[in-house]
Design a protein around this ligand. Structure first.
Ligand code: NDP
Ligand code: X2W
Length: 347
């Protein structure tokens, strides 16, 4: 069995990791950390685990006692908090999957500008592989340190890469409108996320300033046919639902092309990918809720010759914990779907 520690287990991503690992046939949990709830049984915080997980949370400072019996550690902490822990675990030969943003951006100056935090792990950036398996699988197989992508980034990058690789779209014309469920902002108390503030309302936020913008640009630029630096317009929205991301991505087509030709690019890129479903029907968040799937569909606006790509993921599935487990499976040479084959649950 692979022994897995979760740092930040009481957050939404940490809880989702715990749920997936509890059901994973090849993994067992070695420790769960929480500073706020240390010494409290995990099933007291999340009641569904009563009778299933009987483990007390430990403080981060106590993980040293457990690291000798741990193969891989998930860091599910706010940004700026992964540097010291990643360094410590890697030095002990323990694999690390960071769910936060600290090692996703290859340029520390860009990180510092968008996150307003000093990068304290510059020496490790090159060691971290961007954990989007459909794009970086071969590098992930060789890695011991994974920077798990941001949720909006996963939905947007997977939606656009086939078009950019083929060079059929003007990269300077990309606009991404994406909406997320409220769990995307985490579990900590915040007036803006109260039920009364978000229920029955829909809003854009961090317009032209969201920190996922440079992450999406980094990956799209690297994947595009000419590797030129791409600048996008990205507008996130808050949707009054618990989970899910729907990304609607627009770009100008370079030439007149049929929808069949464009779908062909997606079948070529993702035809073998278990977790990507290329659909003719338009994706909906409810069809991916709780799963690790990314559903994608295409349309052409004939009047403007614009391509519109719509993708749906669960922000905590393929957008975070599901993808984290997919990365774990690759790191340890397991079947990529191990522990991840569940479908969305309706309603
Ligand atoms: N929510 C989502 O959909 C997604 C989140 N992410 C990223 O995953 C990470 C975790 O997100 P999420 O679970 O939503 O966040 P939450 O706010 O729900 O949880 C954060 C966790 O980190 C712990 N924590 C908070 N502050 C500190 C601190 N100063 N030092 C140590 N531990 C701390 C909390 O522990 P304690 O019990 O002590 O309070 C809690 O367990 C973030 O980097 C986030 O950006 C990535 C993709 C999607
Ligand atoms: C709805 C909502 O608030 N979503 C979060 C994105 C969560 C995420 O993926 O953030 P990281 O890149 O920090 O991991 C946000 O917009 O900040």
């Amino acid at each position: 069995m692979i022994k897995v520690g979760i740092v930040g287990a009481t957050g939404y991503v940490g809880q989702q990791l715990t749920w997936l690992l509890y059901h994973h046939p090849k993994c067992e949990i070695s420790f769960l950390t929480s500073n706020q709830y240390s010494k409290m049984n995990f099933s007291k915080i999340y009641g569904q685990y009563k009778g299933f997980i009987n483990k007390k949370c430990i403080k981060i400072q106590e993980i040293d006692d457990y690291l000798d019996q741990t193969d891989v550690v998930f860091l599910a902490l706010p940004h700026g908090k992964a540097f010291v822990l990643a360094k410590k675990c890697l030095a002990k030969g323990i694999k690390v999957i960071d769910m936060g943003a600290d090692f996703r951006l290859k340029d520390p100056e860009i990180y510092e500008k968008w996150y307003q935090v000093k990068h304290d792990g510059v020496d490790f950036i090159s060691q971290a592989v961007y954990g989007l398996p459909e794009i970086h699988r071969e590098e992930i197989k060789e890695a011991d340190f994974i920077a798990n992508p941001g949720c909006y980034c996963t939905a947007s990058i997977l939606a656009l890469i086939p078009l950019l690789k083929a060079g059929v779209m003007d990269p300077s014309s990309i606009i991404i409108d994406a909406a997320s469920g409220v769990s995307g902002s985490g579990r900590s108390a915040n007036t803006e996320n109260l039920f009364t503030e978000v229920h029955e309302s829909f809003k854009a936020y961090k317009v032209a300033s969201h920190r996922h913008t440079p992450e999406i640009e980094q990956e799209l630029s690297a994947a595009s046919y000419d590797k030129k630096k791409i600048k996008i317009t990205f507008t996130p929205h808050l949707a009054p639902m618990n989970r899910g991301i729907l990304a609607t991505c627009y770009g100008n087509l370079e030439n007149k092309q049929s929808i069949e030709e464009l779908y062909e690019l997606y079948y070529k890129e993702y035809g073998e990918e278990y977790f990507i479903r290329i659909l003719e029907d338009l994706p909906e968040t409810r069809w991916v809720k709780g799963s690790n799937f990314c559903d994608i569909a295409l349309r052409i606006d004939e009047r403007s010759n614009r391509i519109i790509v719509i993708s749906a993921i669960d922000n905590m599935g393929k957008g975070a914990a599901g993808q984290g487990i997919q990365n774990l499976n690759i790191l340890f040479g397991l079947k990529e779907q191990e522990g991840l084959e569940m479908l969305a649950m309706m309603p």
